[in-house]
Design a protein around this ligand. Structure first.
Ligand code: NAP
Length: 333
């Protein structure tokens, strides 16, 4: 497979906290649209086009599908088909935390689960190591020392280069960083929280802490699963057939796309238009206005969506008036 020689020309790369790792400002995740029912060629084209646009980071987890594990299997096939000469240009991540197999060792944060799950992920992906491995959620019933100690061991074994945490609340993140410092363990390079205009919890609770401890932040669901786009704005077809809200396997439920939510998003349209952006581009640019955000982690169902999202990078500047319109529509947490 030959990729565009200009693939690094326009993407912006941001340093992940105070680490040596740089990530593309837009990364592509495989939570939806890469499972058993997905069209292999569409998946392949999305990954190839993404890489040609400078998206060097693909994000996975053990349970992405459906069925759980199938997204890693599919990406493993595509890496083999198209990316075998480019492994050193890619950052591939995986995670463990949610239910993956039956019994007490198939979820949460024990060492038993994390180590076994990563071994399974590596087999599915056909890789010797992942670049980033995450504890996918905080487990209050397992000693933090055990979960974070397992991440340290995984790096020392060469199965991951960097480690991170996802969905950890602010105080738990601080506890984690203090523990790592006290033990001299492998640093937590990155946090993966949800962040978008509709969910601004990290602004007060987490970003000051990630900055203080020098961790990067990659924000998932930056488009609120597709709500912060023009997708649901057509009154004649409020839930389009080709949408996550219409997909029985989709995490976004049609009931969540209420008339109130749509009215809010519709008010973004004039602002987006004035900036020469789509609503999706506006939502991504708004997220990336904060330089403490390393990367916006999008999902996509086709190549056009990937291209549209990358187009957000053409304008990341906001006037005070634009920001206050957004604050009025989507108040801070
Ligand atoms: N750590 C965690 O716990 C966690 C949780 C969730 C997600 N994640 C990660 O974050 C990634 C992204 O999450 P997400 O898929 O919810 O992100 P998202 O970017 O908020 O939503 C993706 C959806 O938005 C729509 N979309 C994307 N680009 C568009 C465009 N340019 N124009 C119109 N619609 C567009 C598509 O919806 P349609 O399918 O409706 O077309 C797409 O499936 C996941 O793949 C995963 O890697 C992590």
């Amino acid at each position: 497979m030959t990729f565009s020689p200009s693939r690094y020309d326009t993407m912006q790369y941001r340093r992940c906290g105070r680490s040596g790792l740089q990530l593309p400002a837009i990364s592509l995740g495989m939570w939806h649209n890469f499972g058993t029912n997905a069209n292999h060629d569409v998946c392949r084209n999305m990954m190839r086009r993404a890489f040609d646009l400078g998206i060097t980071h693909f994000d996975l987890a053990n349970n992405y599908g459906p069925a759980p594990g199938s997204a890693e299997e599919r990406v493993g096939q595509i890496l083999k088909q198209d990316f075998s000469d480019h492994r050193d240009e890619l950052i591939i991540s995986s995670k463990a935390g949610y239910r993956m197999w039956p019994g007490p060792y198939g979820e949460w944060g024990s060492k038993k689960y994390l180590v076994a799950s990563l071994d399974q992920s590596l087999r599915r992906l056909g890789l010797d190591y992942v670049d980033i491995f995450y504890s996918h959620r905080s487990d209050l019933n397992t000693p933090l020392e055990e979960t974070i100690g397992a991440l340290d061991q995984i790096v020392r074994q060469g199965k991951a280069l960097y480690v991170g945490v996802s969905n950890y609340r602010g105080p738990r993140f601080v506890e984690t960083m203090e523990l790592v410092k006290a033990r001299g363990w492998t640093p937590i390079t990155i946090h993966q929280p949800v962040y978008n205009m509709r969910n601004r919890w990290i602004e007060e609770e987490l970003l000051p802490e990630t900055e203080k401890y020098g961790a990067g932040v990659i924000c998932f669901s930056p488009l609120a699963q597709g709500v912060l786009t023009n997708k649901y704005l057509d009154p004649a077809q409020p839930i389009p057939q080709e949408s996550r809200a219409a997909d029985p396997d989709g995490y976004l439920q049609a009931e969540q796309v209420t008339p109130e939510v749509i009215a809010q998003v519709r008010e973004l349209a004039p602002l987006a238009e004035a900036r020469g952006q789509t609503i999706a581009q506006l939502a991504l640019a708004w997220l990336l206005r904060d330089t403490r955000v390393t990367s916006a982690l999008i999902g996509a169902r086709n190549v056009q969506q990937v291209e549209d999202c990358v187009g957000a990078l053409a304008n990341l500047e906001f006037s005070a008036e634009e920001l206050s319109v957004i604050d009025r529509l989507f108040p801070r947490a």
